[in-house]
Design a protein around this ligand. Structure first.
Ligand code: FAD
Length: 485
C-alpha cells in the first residue's frame, strides 16, 4: 500500500519494463472472522491515496474482487505475464493456505513468484541467534528504496484501470454481532497520512513518549500511532527506523535537557520497533498459535466462555468503568494504548473467564492496526498461557487511580457517569451510579480462581518442562539485567 521503500515493486521494476500494481479484495479473506468492515475501509483509504500517487506518474493500480486464482487468470489472459512480485506476509491460516494455492497456480503456468522480506521476520528460522544480524542487515544497513519515478503500465491494463472503481466496506460489509464501528472517528490510513504521522511524531509529539504512553489520556497523542500504517503497509519499518536514527542524531547534538528527553523517548520507541518483529516471528515460526496455546501445558485451562459476559465486555457494559470506557473507545476509534489493551484482555480472561481464543476475533475486528502475529502473541501473554512471563493481572480499579485519576477518559466514553465524582467512580466497593450497570462479577474472587489454575500448571513438572522449551524457542535473547533495565 505504498510507493516509498516498496521492495516488491522495486524488484519488479528492475526485471521488466511493464509492471502492473495489483490489489485484490479477496472474498475469502473478507469473510474471515478476524476481518471487519473497518479493515476493508482501511484498504479503501490506502488504495485511494496510492491510486492518486500512481496516476500522478501516469500509472495506476489494477483493482479486482473475488478469489485470487480468478483474478490471476483474468490478468494472465489479458497480458501473458511471467512473474509476480510480492512481500512476504505473516498472516493467519487462511492467508497461508491462499499462498499455497498461488504457488501452485504459478507452478502450473511457469510463472515465477518472488517474495521479498519487508521486515526482520525470517522464514523457516532455524536458529534464533540469526535474528539480530538479520535485523541489522535488513532494517538498519540496507538503504531505504526511493519512490519510483515511473511505473510503466501496459496499455491494455491501463484501459481497464480507467474504468475501475475502488470498492469500500459498504460493498462487502458482513455484519457481526461484535462490532459497532463509528466510521467518523477512525484514524485515516494512507501513505500520505503515514508520512505526516511519522514527521509529527519525530518533531513534536514524540517528546512526551517516555512516560506518556501508559495513560489513555496522553497516549493517543504521545504514541507514534504508526501501528495501523505498519499493519497495512502504508509505511515500511525500515523507513521508520531510518527516520528515527536521523532524529536521534539531531537530538543528541542538542546536548541540553530537551535533547536528553527526546533521546530517552526515542530509545523507548526504538525498542518497541524491535518488538514488532519479535512477536510476528512467533506466529511465523509457530502458526498453530492461532488455534492453540503456544505452551501445551496451558491447553487444559478451564474457561466459562459465557456469551452474556462476552457481550457485556465487547460493548462496554461490565460495570467496571475503565474497562467499559476502553471497550467503547475501541468500538468508536479502533485504537487503545498498550497498557489499556493489556488490561482489557487481562480482565476478560481473569475477571470474566473468557478464553483468549474466544476474545480473539471480536477484538481483532475492532483494532484498526490488527496485525495477527502481534495480536495473538499479546493475547496469549496477557492470558498467562505462554508460561515464560510474569503473570500480570491488572486491577481495573487501581488502573483508574494510576492512569485516569480525574476520570476524564472514563467520562468521555461513558456519558452516564458525567455527574459522578472520581471518588465515587473509582471506589472499589462503589455505590450504584445512576443508570450505569453494577459490576457483573466479583473481580477479586474470579481473578483468584483463574490465577490458582494457572499457578498450579506453572508449578507442575510438565508446566516447567514445557515453559523451558518455549523460552528456548521464543524467549528474548537479552540478558535478564538488560531486560529489567
Ligand atoms: C492484547 C494486545 C493486542 C495487541 N494487538 C496489536 C495488533 O494487532 N497490532 C499492533 O500493531 N500492535 C498490537 N499490540 C501492541 C501495542 O499495543 C500497539 O502496537 C501500540 O499500542 C500501537 O500504538 P503506537 O503505534 O502509538 O505504538 P508505539 O508505542 O508508538 O510503538 C511503535 C510501534 O512499535 C510496535 N509496538 C509497540 N508496542 C508493541 C508491542 N507490545 N508488541 C509488538 N509491537 C509493538 C508497533 O508496531 C508500534 O506501532 C497489542 C497489544 C496488546 C496488549
Amino acid at each position: 500500500m505504498r510507493l516509498h521503500d516498496n521492495g516488491a515493486l522495486a524488484g519488479a521494476l528492475q526485471s521488466t519494463h511493464r509492471v502492473v500494481p495489483v490489489f485484490v479484495f479477496e472474498s475469502g479473506l473478507i469473510a474471515q472472522s478476524d476481518t471487519s468492515a473497518m479493515h476493508v475501509q482501511a484498504w479503501y483509504q490506502a488504495l485511494t491515496d496510492l491510486r492518486t500517487s500512481l496516476r500522478a506518474i501516469d500509472s495506476d493500480v489494477f483493482i479486482a474482487t473475488g478469489s485470487i486464482e480468478d483474478v490471476l487468470n483474468e490478468l494472465h489472459e489479458l497480458i501473458d505475464f511471467g512473474a509476480i512480485y510480492s512481500h512476504e506476509e505473516t498472516g493467519n491460516d487462511w492467508t497461508f493456505q491462499r499462498d499455497i494455492r498461488v504457488a501452485k497456480w504459478c507452478e502450473a503456468r511457469q510463472v515465477e513468484w518472488h517474495e521479498v522480506p519487508q521486515n526482520a521476520v525470517i522464514r523457516r528460522l532455524v536458529n534464533r541467534d540469526q535474528r539480530q544480524p538479520v535485523f541489522r542487515q535488513r532494517l538498519i544497513e540496507s538503504a531505504v528504496i526511493a519512490e519510483p519515478k515511473s511505473v510503466p503500465l501496459p496499455a491494455e491494463v491501463q484501459q481497464r484501470c480507467d474504468r475501475q472503481q475502488i470498492p469500500d466496506h459498504t460493498d462487502f460489509y458482513h455484519a457481526s454481532e461484535y462490532d459497532q464501528i463509528e466510521f467518523g472517528q477512525l484514524q485515516a490510513i494512507s501513505e500520505t497520512q503515514a508520512k505526516l504521522e511519522l514527521h509529527s511524531f519525530l518533531t513534536r509529539r514524540g517528546f512526551g513518549y517516555s512516560g506518556g504512553i501508559s495513560s489513555p489520556n496522553t497516549a493517543f497523542e504521545a504514541g507514534s500511532r504508526l501501528s495501523a500504517h505498519l499493519a497495512w503497509g502504508t509505511i515500511s519499518l525500515r523507513a521508520v527506523h531510518a527516520a528515527t536514527i536521523r532524529a536521534q542524531a539531531g537530538y543528541r547534538e542538542m546536548g541540553d535537557d530537551t535533547g536528553k528527553q527526546w533521546g530517552k523517548s526515542l530509545r523507548a520507541f526504538s525498542s518497541r520497533l524491535h518488538w514488532h518483529d519479535h512477536f510476528i516471528q512467533r506466529l511465523e515460526s509457530e502458526p498453530d498459535m492461532e488455534f492453540t496455546a503456544i505452551n501445551p501445558a496451558y491447553v487444559p485451562l478451564q474457561y466459562e466462555d459465557d456469551p452474556e459476559k462476552l457481550n457485556a465486555w465487547v460493548f462496554g457494559k461490565t460495570g467496571f468503568p475503565l474497562i467499559d470506557a476502553c471497550m467503547r473507545c475501541l468500538q468508536a476509534t479502533g485504537f487503545l494504548n498498550f497498557r489499556m489493551r493489556a488490561m482489557v484482555v487481562s480482565f476478560a480472561v481473569f475477571g470474566l473467564h473468557l478464553s483468549w481464543r474466544t476474545i480473539h476475533p471480536p477484538l481483532a475486528r475492532i483494532f484498526r492496526d490488527y496485525e495477527p502475529g502481534i495480536h495473538l502473541s499479546q493475547l496469549q501473554m496477557q492470558a498467562g498461557v505462554v508460561g515464560i512471563n510474569t503473570i500480570r493481572v491488572y486491577s481495573p480499579v487501581k488502573q483508574i487511580l494510576d492512569q485516569d485519576p480525574e476520570c476524564e477518559f472514563i467520562k468521555r466514553w461513558i456519558p452516564e457517569l458525567a455527574e459522578f465524582s472520581p471518588l465515587e467512580i473509582a471506589a472499589s466497593d462503589r455505590p450504584r451510579l445512576g443508570s450505569y450497570p453494577d459490576p457483573i462479577v466479583d473481580f477479586k474472587v474470579a481473578a483468584k480462581a483463574m490465577k490458582d489454575q494457572i499457578f498450579s500448571i506453572r508449578k507442575s513438572d510438565f508446566g516447567k518442562e514445557a515453559s523451558a522449551k518455549v523460552l528456548e524457542k521464543h524467549g528474548s535473547r537479552k540478558s535478564p539485567a538488560r531486560r529489567r533495565k
